[in-house]
Design a protein. Sequence first.
Length: 116
Amino acid sequence: QVQLKESGGGLVQAGGSLRLSCATSGFRFSYVSVNWFRQAPGKEREFVAQTSWNNGITYYAASVKGRFTISRDNAKTTAVLQMNSLKVEDTAVYYCKVRYNNADYWGQGTQVTVSS
């Protein structure tokens, strides 16, 4: 079955960096786009970044563009979100998501907390 597991979250000061990983299994990773979303307390879940299955083309939310970098390793079936120049407003639970066979699959999330 499809499984997604995020890791790498934690507490960091503003201006710092974190590297999130999404380890996957149960589907043909190289044929699926991988997305990162986040949800801050009291807010709706929002799109952060995507790495497309098609040549790894990437997309970013305006709020993170230039600070975050998404990448994928098809051999390891893993997607990574490198987050630099973190801001307090980046504090959220970060989720990876894939759409496979017309169904959405989410990981359990990893908490990122940025202190001022």
